[in-house]
Design a protein around this ligand. Sequence first.
Ligand code: ZN
Length: 377
Amino acid sequence: MLRGGIPIGKAFGIQLRLHYSWFFIFALVTWALAAAWFPQHYESWSLSARIAAGLITSVLFFGSVLVHELMHSIVAQRQGIPVQSITLFIFGGVSQITSEPKEPKDEFRMAIVGPLSSLVIGGILFGIYFGWRSVDTFAAQFVTGIAYWLGLINVFLGAFNLIPGFPLDGGRVLRSLIWWRSGNLKNATRIASNAGRAVGFILIFIGIYLVFTGDWVDGIWLALIGWFLESAAVGSYQQLLMQEMLKGHVASEIMSGDCVVVPPDMTIDHLVNGNILTSGRRCFPVGSGSEIMGLMTLHNVKEVPRDQWTTETVKEAMTPFDKLKWVRPDEELSSVLRILTQDDINQVPVVQDNKIIGMVSRENLLNFVHVRSRLGT
Ligand SMILES: [Zn+2]
């Protein structure tokens, strides 16, 4: 769900990104601070002081969310788990960590450092607040005002993330403990993600209650976070089940090998009416003789306006071979699934000796999993 976003730089070799939904929450937080929080607590401040404090606080707030995520990522990297990127979005931050930890203690460390860093940051900010709050100058008031709010929110963030519902950090801590005691990752994930769903439902309930008692902004917000958590809990358990089922199997086992090579000068119209509609196939390697030049899929067809179908050729519309994501026949299915999800594509060609020998689609993967779960293997 968090593909894309605007790159804002790198830290420790990790790409940092802002998702589009982040701008909304950034504006909302800044506005709430400048128009409500600071005026309520510091009546004497001028309008420009409030706006400046709102902006600075908001930037520092998202900075501290970033530090929280960076801590997760740095510990992951130390354990040899590559981290692709960190994205700030409407509900906070998320680290795209490409694989799961191999041992319970690794997961425990990776999970706990996030909330701990938020609590430490919160503690330092409260230190600044209590140390300076008796100083009666505008500058001191400005700094302590910002420090107080940031301290509160960081302590809240640390505490909230420690709630033991997967995939919250606390849920990961819970999972690592059960995993450590029982040695069974699947069971541990099931229990921790059920706890995550329960937390999600509780938040939704509290949210609905708040809406009916008149506090509808906080209510809707809380219900949305609850809903997000509940679906993330379900999703992460299913993903684990899927990974378990795919383990030990490779692309060549499930690929469909009936790819029909089409010549590069065929028109889109000919391809659609002569091949796609009659055969129901979705993808066609483009080439002449044994040389494959690229791949034509339904997606490529849809990119071409209908009135150009009779003039444009498949060579012009296809994805050229050097831009194509592909896998080897012995590629693990779990890594095929990762490629499909990461790049948000429906299928990937299986290539051997520069030839497309088959295709693996999401459908192939789903069928594979479906049949196996039906048979209970
Ligand atoms: Zn975290």
